[in-house]
Unconditional design. Structure first.
Length: 427
């Protein structure tokens, strides 16, 4: 019989797990780590072929009524059978639809082997294999080993056992030795554990460090609060220190006021007036300071102006000559206005003449009544309008004299009259 497929539907730690085997393989090796389920799969094959025992140790995950196993097997003549096994007392062999199968349906595939024979011959796990082999070798010696080799088809069992014993002796023995790999690994393990204990942080140490950090943070907060309080107190003391002379002066004045009985009580309005007067005094002092500065600057500017000594001797004559310039300038300013008024009057006379029908006075037979005759021997003024001319039509525009440079004091320096210049030159 050959096992084609093993279905661990609900058995041990497995749920809906299927293991398939290649039909043409002569040997199948199932490899897995410890506790991977190799022994469980071997026990499942035994329970599948011969039924569940009354008590089983593979019902720790699934309840006993729910345990299920399935498989597909092939006989030597090529026949195949797919079946399942459930946990129960009778008719436990079923098909895919939970329909019961005959109890002897597996007889052609098992060949009459019982559960005990199958477990000893084919269902050997690690424990039973070591126990049986040790019993055969110990009891029957070389004959038992030979029988075991003949029965299992293995050769060189004695040599293999000697090699395994030597290898086991090099790995472990009750007597400790440095050349045995077990004690070498044990020494490395102990060294690693010692390093972990030395460098590792225990839970108690961790809690202690956290408590120290919390205490340090609380202490730091207290120091910061104390620093803030000291800074505030220092600022208050500095303000008091600055105000101490003023307070002392106020106290002296209070004592003087209390000692002098002749002083009268001043009302609030008088105090306000006094404050306003003091403010006015301060402003006047500031203005006087600015005026003094301006005066100093003007004096410096006046002293920097070069003055000829000859002009100083004729100071009175220069001042007398300049005394009439104001009237001259005033007349020059009023002349355009007077001329404009005269022009308006002339226009009014022309309109009146036209209204009353008087002939044009500017014609060859007439003479304007409002014009004065020029004096004998005096040329007529070209600026005055002649007959038939519009007043001011041919008069050239007066050019404004450019502003002369003024000294820093603001008074313009006018050129001296020619007479004064000639006198200064002769002097």
């Amino acid at each position: 019989m050959r096992l084609i497929r093993l279905a661990l539907e609900r058995y041990g730690a497995f749920t809906d797990r299927t293991v398939s085997f290649r039909p043409d393989a002569r040997l199948h090796v199932v490899l897995g780590a410890n506790e991977a389920g190799k022994s469980t799969a071997l026990a499942a094959v035994t329970d599948l072929l011969f039924g569940f025992e009354k008590t089983t140790r593979y019902a720790f995950l699934h309840d006993m009524p729910l345990l299920r196993l399935g498989a597909e097997v092939e006989a030597a003549d090529g026949r195949r059978l797919a079946f399942r096994r459930r946990k129960g007392n009778t008719r436990t062999l079923i098909d895919a639809d939970e329909a019961p199968l005959a109890d002897d349906a597996l007889a052609p595939f098992l060949g009459g082997i019982s559960r005990t024979v199958f477990c000893r011959a084919f269902g050997l796990d690690a424990g039973s294999l070591r126990a049986g082999g040790r019993e055969m070798v110990d009891v029957e010696g070389e004959v038992g080993a030979s029988l075991f080799a003949a029965g299992s088809g293995l050769r060189g069992l004695t040599e293999l056992q000697s090699a395994l014993d030597a290898e086991a002796e090099g790995i472990f023995a009750p007597r400790q030795a440095k050349h045995r790999t077990f004690y070498q690994a044990l020494e490395r393990h102990e060294t690693a554990r010692k390093a972990i204990r030395e460098k590792g942080l225990r839970a108690g140490d961790w809690r202690a460090l956290n408590d120290e950090i919390a205490a340090a943070a609380e202490k730091l907060d207290g120091l910061r609060a104390e620093t803030q309080r000291i800074a505030t107190e220092r600022a208050r003391l500095e303000r008091l220190k600055r105000a101490r002379p003023i307070v002392a002066e106020i106290d002296v004045l209070d004592h003087r006021i209390a000692a002098d009985s002749t002083l009268a009580e001043a009302d609030a309005a008088w105090i306000e007036r006094l404050g306003a007067a003091l403010e006015s005094c301060r402003k006047a002092e500031a203005e006087a300071a600015r005026t003094d500065a301006a005066l100093t600057w003007a004096r410096g500017e006046a002293e920097s102006v070069p003055v000829e000594a000859a002009l100083i001797l004729h100071t009175e004559e220069i001042l007398a000559a300049f005394s009439g310039t104001k009237e001259f300038e005033k007349g020059g300013t009023d002349l355009p206005r007077i001329e404009g008024d005269a022009h308006k009057v002339g226009l009014d006379l022309e309109r009146l003449r036209a209204r009353i029908g008087v002939p044009d006075l500017a014609s060859p037979g007439g003479r304007p009544a409002h014009r004065r005759r020029p004096r004998p021997g005096r040329a007529p003024d070209p600026r005055r309008p002649g007959p038939g001319r519009r007043r001011g039509a041919d008069r050239p525009r007066r050019r404004r004299r450019p502003d002369r440079a003024r000294p820093a004091g603001g008074r313009s320096r006018r050129p001296a009259p020619p007479t004064i210049r000639r006198r200064c030159a002769r002097t």
